[in-house]
Design a protein around this ligand. Sequence first.
Ligand code: GP0
Length: 825
Amino acid sequence: MNAKATKTQPSPVIDKAAFKAAVIKHLHCTLGTDENKANNHAWWKATCAAIQEQVLEGLRKTQKSHYLNDTRAVHYFSAEFLMGRLLSNNLQNFGLFDVAGGALKELGVEISDILEEEPDMALGNGGLGRLAACFIDSLATMELPAIGYGIHYEHGLFRQEIKSGAQIERPDSWRDYGNPWEICRPESIQEVSLYGYVETKYGENGRVLKEWHPGSIVKGVPWDIPVVGYEGKTVNVLRLWQSEASDYFNWDVFNAGGYVDAQRENVQAETISKVLYPNDETEAGKELRLIQQYFFCSCSLKDIIRRYKRAHGDDWSRFADQVVIQLNDTHPAISIPELMRILVDRAELGWDEAWGICTKVFAYTNHTLLPEALEKWPARMIEKILPRHLEIIYEINHRFMAEVDKKWPGDNAMKAKLSIIEEGNEKMVRMGHLSVIGSFAVNGVAEMHSRLVKSSLFPEFDELYPGKLTNVTNGITPRRWLKACNPGLSKLIDKKIGEDWPRDLDKLQGLAKFASNKTFQKQFMKVKLENKELLAEEIRKSLDIEVDVNAIFDVQIKRLHEYKRQHLALLNIMALYRRILENPDYDMHPRVFVFGAKAAPGYKLAKDIIFAINKVADKINNDPRVNNKIKVAFLPNYRVSLAEKMIPAADVSEQISTAGKEASGTGNMKLALNGAVTIGTLDGANVEIAEEVGDDNIFIFGLTVEEVNELKANGYNPHDYYYKDPEIKAVLDWLETDYFTPGKPGALVSIKQSLLDNGDPYMVLADFRAYSDAQIAVDAAYRDKERWAEMAIINTAKMGKFTSDRSIRDYVERVWKLSPCKIES
Ligand code: GP0
């Protein structure tokens, strides 16, 4: 029980006086201001600069150690990295958070205020991008040689405003006033070719040589963001590429007097990294998106090869020993033909040798089974932008088809099914197939998802390549998602079980034996209450809604998508409201439903659901008959830094996707880790969370995957539920009136239409009654204060499995085969 015995908190590298001096120095010498003039923004920048001194020292030592040891490294290719804010994280990881807080206090500044100055680095949409951020945190913490490669978007995910209930998108400008963390590396600029044509030549002994004459060249400028591991030993980098017009290319145009054309060329080149596509789990099919993907993959591969050649010259035989590349979904799949092109056309290796290298270098993570998210590119689009790559893809496919024929002789249906090329009106290139064929390992992101990848998405590939398809269950970094975001709970845990849980999350098990201890329950729930007070304040400031902190805080935070079923939660809220109107004594514990969600700008129904939540919220929050039993708060602009405030305050975690649709979920892990109890379906990682916490400490409801499939096969008809269940009927009909949108009947009708006329594709009505009953069970459980506290504690205690350190350990053992590298000072 004594914390001192196991103290492994990072020990501060500098003391308060030194930190204070560093902040003042940067205020004067970096920012050109002083203590009297500085506003919070300046204090924030000076504090960042002070800690960045330590960060860069760690970075230099890490790079030197990796170089001297000629380490094998993983290269995490991802179109998205949702980093959030870095100051608090970096301070925590160096063990300098309290030191900095104390130093700033002496300067008359509150650290909590200056942390709020930092814009989120929102270079991602949701789960997939945040997973990448958690993974690079774990890689650095575990002292593994790793580099993240992505795109330096000028505008990250849009800022969401809510006007009269509706979502409005505003540009995100995270670097408008400079980003204190990033370092530009002009010495590592790369050039990327686009468009043009392929010339076929014949070399010695009849060898066919292909030469790509590009129509356009753009420059990739790398910006490095240091990634600090816990305890600050390894500092890896996230290298993000920004596009610029190539000087070389513009020179001719400019000389020819085409100044205006030269400018136009500029704009086009710079467009590539201008903005993050805001679509989550839908493939965009846009030319610019493909160019973005190729741009960052090409820059990254050339960067890797430059580094490899520095150590190994032209000897390619060791390339696959030194380099492993993880493809985060198919977004970077164009890397496969790009590496083939470099090896075959430039290095002049034979095809088989090149393919042998490729298929030892790449591994691919699948994140979804949703058909609309599986990327396919029109062959003609690839041909236009990357003519040589299309040839290479055809060659890969040609050889692959021979393999298929060997396994299933003469089976043309099988060939059509597995081919990289989908024949049809328009020939399409299936990036998922290319990724499976070009990788040595393919993983899903939770047990159940990986099982479905094998059994329904890629069953034949599983037969053809036994053992290639595997599972790595997702995880989250406990440094950000408990230690930094929930200091109250962290300190309580430190006191109870010692301080080394942030790097060994299984240690949280030690809390389980206190789960029924009344004193500990009180302490645990006191922290929860304090966190709820902070969130209540946030809700008041942002929405002018008063909420009761003794109410159940019921939280649903994630992208807005039909399969995630925010509208199922909404229907239940409306049903509760109706029950209260019918019976003023309707017995329920007060509840605050808190939502956070962005909708893709082009996703009409998702935006309608946001509008409906806000309209229903308006009505309920202002109806005195509700007597404060229900409040609904939709917090605008959900993002990492807002999640950090919402998660510690949650009593209930909503994970209610249609079974089989949510690959894993990671918010489910963050909420449970912070002592929220899950209400959820048997989907994604919920299944594994239930296994860990036990059936008594989670509320599982609804159809299973098998039941969903069976119901679909037998012809699901939502009208059956509509006519059979009077509450469902009443609630859906209510949407058609102008009750929630006075003077505008029908403003919410699209939701009803999707659930009836459009066949309710995500089976909201089929699960409604089970969900509503499960919510009644949650209500009853909450009223038993001690029982609830016990459940909450067990949830925190049993989350050890879901640290991203465990995910990374799984990747290292099953896929990457990496060893840690000690950093010499
Ligand atoms: C999956 F396919 N995910 C995609 C995508 O385009 N974007 C995205 O964020 C998510 C899954 O939906 C997930 O289940 C999963 O946990 C996450 O990828 C990381 O694997 C919930 O966000």
